[in-house]
Ligand binder design. Structure first.
Ligand code: FES
Ligand SMILES: [Fe+2]
Length: 479
């Protein structure tokens, strides 16, 4: 692994959105309010967590890409897998399979794009790049989160990059400009018969439950409501909508995105590779190596937690050894799973010493709330403690490359230096994450070998890998 491969870029530069220091807020600080009358446009506004957006979905297809995929070959590779074993090597580097994944999974599912707290004020925006798309995500004047294809309707120029604040999005090419509802407001030089109302920005399906922003590029997105309701139920006490970004780290990892998920879905590797993580957690123990003494400790923590939090809805939902099950290939909403679980005695939060490092978040009145774990396929997991939350977003950038963004969130009133120190807040998940990235790069190298053959999963410790592979093949291979 090259030394600079895993260097968190944001530790040297500015995150591309509002930070507590207000960095980069003026990236597109353009105000055309005096020139244009705002037009109300009722489409494409998310419902802040509950409702169903009524979109006319733009199809990025028309490319015929799906038709290029050899379904017979995919079927043959999928059927050749032995139950309880990994995928054939081709799945981790073959460009045609990668193309099929993009079309079937990444363009078909709901993608975590970012957090609502990254765009707290009307006009705040950020962009998310996936495959050949750039998606512009913003908050409009009515505080609704909207998403649009980040391209000018004139001749396709990108409208914005990174993040910032704008009351109008002015195309750098010929200066057509759009308001925060996507309406084309000005198109000088197009003549009196030009109907601006027909050339609004193209909306993208978006939902923003409990501070998470999800987008879908699908013409007909899969159902979101059940997952949205789960996120609202479990994540609302964490207060992610009332948070701010304490730090953003970005990584470019030389590994297929599935290797990163497979690594995430088991803790077989934790004892040796994650010395910090295992001090705080019980989930690296499984039924084969959990002694009666350890089980007694887990039971005591669970019972104490239950007695304390049951009426507040904060009791542990995952109460046994091993990791929570995820994903569920048999369920329509099996692309999301959320659980709260206990930490080891003495750990109030996932910091190096277990001590609270920032003010309590959300509705918590007590630091003793264990850890809230949320994850959605294909690209997000979040580990939330009483005082901070850590969100990891995956974005494939080729069969052998994955871009990873890790965000640390704290309460929006917390001030770095006064209420928390980054050197206390970051190391636990920064170390654990970077340990994983290094493993994943080495696994990619091994799988590239012509000698590679898929090996067997541990029935005790890698049940989630079998579930992941089944979920993946079900999304990928058409009946
Ligand atoms: S491409 Fe945007 S105004 Fe011409
Ligand atoms: Fe790990």
């Amino acid at each position: 692994m090259a030394e600079n491969t895993l260097r968190p870029k944001s530790l040297q530069g500015k995150p591309p959105w509002k930070t507590q220091e207000g960095q980069n807020r003026d990236a597109q600080n353009v105000d055309f309010d005096a020139l244009f009358v705002l037009a109300e446009w009722g489409r494409g506004c998310s419902d802040r967590g509950h409702a169903v957006a009524t979109f006319r979905f733009f199809s990025p297809a028309g490319t015929g890409l799906n038709d290029c995929i050899d379904q017979e070959r995919l079927q043959a590779l999928a059927s050749a897998r032995h139950e309880g074993c990994g995928l054939a090597g081709d799945f981790y580097f073959d460009p045609e399979i990668y193309r099929a994944e993009i079309d079937q999974i990444w363009r078909g599912g709901w993608l975590f794009a970012g957090h609502t707290c990254q765009i707290p004020e009307p006009g705040d925006f950020f962009t998310y790049e996936i495959d050949c798309e750039s998606i512009l995500i913003l908050r409009d004047e009515d505080h609704c989160i909207r998403a649009f294809y980040n391209l000018c309707r004139h001749r396709g120029m990108r409208l914005a990059s990174g993040g910032g604040h704008a009351t109008r999005f002015v195309c750098p090419y010929h200066q057509w400009n759009y308001d925060c509802k996507g309406q084309l407001c000005s198109s000088w030089g197009m003549g009196p018969d030009f109907d601006k109302s027909e050339w609004a920005l193209l909306p993208v399906a978006v939902h923003d439950p409990a501070g998470f922003v999800y987008i879908s590029l699908a013409e007909q997105p899969i159902p979101f409501e059940q997952v949205g309701a789960q996120l609202v139920k479990f994540a609302t006490p964490q207060g992610l909508e009332r948070a701010c970004i304490a730090k953003c780290a970005e990584y470019e990892i030389d590994a297929n995105w599935k290797i990163i998920w497979e690594n995430n879905r088991e803790c077989y590797h934790c004892n040796v590779n994650h010395p910090q993580y295992i001090k705080a957690n019980f989930d690296h123990y499984n039924t084969d190596d959990c002694t009666p003494a350890i089980q007694t400790r887990i039971d005591a923590q669970v019972e104490r937690n239950r007695a304390k939090w049951e009426t507040a809805g904060l009791a542990a939902t995952h109460r046994q050894t091993g990791m929570a099950s995820f994903p569920d290939p048999e369920s329509e909403s099996g692309w999301c799973a959320i659980n709260r679980t206990v930490l080891v005695e003495g750990y109030m939060t996932e910091t190096m010493d277990g001590q609270q490092a920032a003010p309590l978040m959300g509705d918590y009145a007590d630091p003793d709330v264990g850890t809230l774990r949320m994850r959605t396929m294909p690209n997000m997991w979040n580990h939330s403690s009483c005082d901070h939350a850590v969100t990891t977003r995956l974005t494939p950038a080729g069969p052998r490359k994955t871009l990873i963004q890790v965000l640390w969130l704290v309460d929006h009133d917390a001030v770095e230096g006064r209420d928390y120190q980054l050197d206390q807040l970051l190391p636990f998940w920064q170390l654990t994450s970077e340990q994983d990235w290094e493993i994943c790069e080495q696994v990619q190298k091994g799988i590239e070998s012509r000698a590679y053959r898929p090996g067997p999963f541990s029935t005790y410790k890698e049940k989630n890998l079998e579930a992941f592979v089944r979920w993946y093949l079900k999304q990928l291979v058409r009946d």
